[in-house]
Design a protein around this ligand. Structure first.
Ligand SMILES: [Fe+2]
Ligand SMILES: [Fe+2]
Length: 438
C-alpha cells in the first residue's frame, strides 16, 4: 500500500510538470499564430487590429526571442522531471536493499534494531522507538534517544500516548507540534529530553492485526512530510512480515532444542550405563569436523546427529540389549524415527550409517569407504573412542593412550584412516569430559 501511494505522488508530480510544458508549448503556438495573422495574413488582420503596426524585423526578433525563452523553459522542466525520476529510483533502490536486509535477518532482536536504525536514517529523526503488543500492552523493544535505557522494556497501558493511539486504531499519525496535541504523553512519548516537537508514528500490521508501532520524533527540520509517512508505512509493512518470520524461526529453534533435550534424557534414562555418551560423541566429532574445516552449518547438523545417533535404542527393550540381532537394528530404527521430523530429516542418513565400517563389514548396509556419509564416518570414530574409555557392563575401560593406539590400528579397516589421523592429532587427554563411570 505504501509503495503504491508513493508511486502515485511521484506520478502526480511528473504530471504537473508535463502540464506546465504543455502550457508553455500552447503559449508559443498562440503567440506565433497571433503574430502571423496580425502582420502577415491580411484578411484576419482586422480582428487583431488592436495590436500596433510594427516592422517585420521586429516581428522576427520577437519570434526568435520567444523561441529561445521557450527552449530554455523546456530544458529546465525536462531536467526537473529527470531529477524527480532519479530521486524516486534512488529511493526505490534504498527500500529494496533495506527490504532484502530485513528479510534475511533471522533474529528478532537484531531485526528490531535494524528497523529502528533504518527508520531514523531515512527520516533523519533524532530519536525513536519500536513498541510491541504483549498481553494488550505496548512494550518498548528498541529505543534510540537519551532515555533509551530507562524506557527499554517499559510497559505502556493500552491506548496511552501517541503510540497507544496508533496501536489501537491501526492508522499512522503525523503531528507537527506535539505540545499542542492532547494525545502526546510526556512519560511515554518523550524519548529525548530535548524538546520534542514533531512526531511520526506508524503501526506494524500483519494479517491478524496490529503487533506494535514505530514511533519517530523530531524529523529532519523538525517536520515529517507526507512522503516520510508513506515510506515509513511501507518499511513498517516489510518489518512486520520479517519480524513475524524471525519470531517463527526462533520458536522453531527453541522447539528443536527442547525436543532434542527430551530425547537425550529419554536415551540416558533408558540406558543408564551410557549416560552422557551422546554428548561426548558430539565433542569428539566436533574435533574432527573442525580439523577438516567443516562449515559451521554442517557442524551444527553433525552436532544434532551425534546427540541422537543412538535414539533407536528407545524402541529396543533392555532385555534385548545383549542380543546382536536387536542391537544391530538401532541405526535403522533411529533414522526412521528422526526422518519423520522435518527439521531432523537431513541427519537421518548419519544416524543410519554410524555403524558402517570403512572396509564394508559394518551394518546395516555394508557400505564401503566414501560411500558412507562423511558425518557417519566421523560419528563412528567418536562413538568407538568413547566406548573404549567408558565402563560398560560387558567391558572394562582402557586408558587414553591405548584408545588412541586402538584407533590407529583400525584406521583403514574399521575407520576412515584420514579422519583417524585428524582425530589423534587434535585430541588431548584434557579434552576428555569427566565420565562418571571412570
Ligand atoms: Fe550406535
Ligand atoms: Fe553410540
Amino acid at each position: 500500500m505504501g509503495a503504491d501511494t508513493q508511486k502515485e505522488s511521484i506520478i502526480i508530480a511528473i504530471k504537473q510538470k508535463i502540464r506546465l510544458l504543455n502550457v508553455i508549448a500552447a503559449f508559443i503556438v498562440v503567440t506565433l499564430l497571433a503574430v502571423i495573422f496580425r502582420y502577415l495574413y491580411k484578411p484576419a488582420g482586422d480582428v487583431l487590429s488592436f495590436l500596433p503596426d510594427i516592422s517585420i524585423t521586429l516581428v522576427i526578433t520577437f519570434v526568435v526571442f520567444l523561441t529561445i525563452i521557450s527552449f530554455y523553459m523546456w530544458s529546465v522542466v525536462a531536467r526537473q522531471i529527470i531529477s524527480t525520476i532519479e530521486k524516486y529510483r534512488n529511493r526505490i533502490d534504498q527500500i529494496l536493499s533495506i527490504t532484502k536486509d530485513l528479510r534475511e535477518e533471522k533474529y528478532a532482536d537484531i531485526l528490531l534494531n535494524k528497523i529502528m536504525e533504518y527508520s531514523l536514517s531515512i527520516t533523519r529523526s533524532d530519536s525513536g522507538s519500536i513498541l510491541l503488543l504483549e498481553n494488550n500492552n505496548l512494550v518498548f523493544k528498541a529505543v534510540k534517544g537519551e532515555r533509551s535505557t530507562e524506557l527499554l522494556s517499559k510497559i505502556i497501558p493500552q491506548g496511552q500516548g501517541i503510540a497507544g493511539w496508533v496501536a489501537q486504531r491501526g492508522t499512522p499519525l503525523r503531528i507537527a507540534d506535539v505540545r499542542k496535541d492532547e494525545r502526546f504523553n510526556e512519560d511515554i512519548d518523550a524519548i529525548t529530553r530535548n524538546q520534542t516537537k514533531s512526531a511520526l508514528c506508524v503501526p506494524l500490521i500483519i494479517q491478524s492485526g496490529v503487533i506494535g508501532v514505530i514511533e519517530l520524533l523530531n524529523g529532519k527540520g523538525n517536520f515529517y512530510s507526507q512522503r516520510d509517512e508513506e515510506i515509513i508505512t511501507y518499511l513498517a509493512d516489510q518489518a512486520a512480515i520479517s519480524f513475524t518470520r524471525a519470531r517463527f524461526y526462533e520458536d522453531q529453534k527453541n522447539y528443536e532444542m527442547y525436543i532434542t533435550d527430551i530425547l537425550l534424557d529419554a536415551i540416558d534414562y533408558h540406558i543408564p550405563e551410557k549416560k552422557e555418551h551422546s554428548k561426548r560423541v558430539a565433542i569428539y566429532s566436533n574435533i574432527m569436523a573442525k580439523a577438516i574445516n567443516m562449515s559451521e552449518e554442517n557442524r551444527k547438523r553433525l552436532y544434532f546427529a551425534c546427540l541422537l545417533h543412538d535414539v533407536g535404542f528407545l524402541k529396543i527393550q533392555n532385555k534385548d540389549f545383549s542380543k546382536r540381532e536387536y542391537i544391530e537394528r538401532h541405526p535403522v530404527i533411529g533414522s526412521e524415527m528422526i526422518s519423520q521430523i522435518n527439521f531432523y530429516a537431513d541427519i537421518a542418513p548419519f544416524i543410519l550409517y554410524h555403524h558402517e565400517r570403512y572396509d564394508g563389514f559394518g551394518y546395516p548396509e555394508k557400505l564401503i569407504g566414501e560411500a558412507i556419509p562423511l558425518e557417519a564416518r566421523i560419528i563412528s570414530i567418536a562413538d568407538a573412542f568413547d566406548v573404549m574409555l567408558s565402563t560398560i557392563s560387558y567391558k572394562a575401560p582402557i586408558d587414553f593412550d591405548s584408545a588412541i593406539e586402538e584407533l590407529k590400528m583400525n584406521a583403514g579397516t574399521q575407520f576412515d584412516f584420514r579422519l583417524v589421523e585428524e582425530f589423534v592429532n587434535n585430541i588431548t587427554p584434557e579434552q576428555i569430559p569427566r565420565i562418571s563411570s571412570f
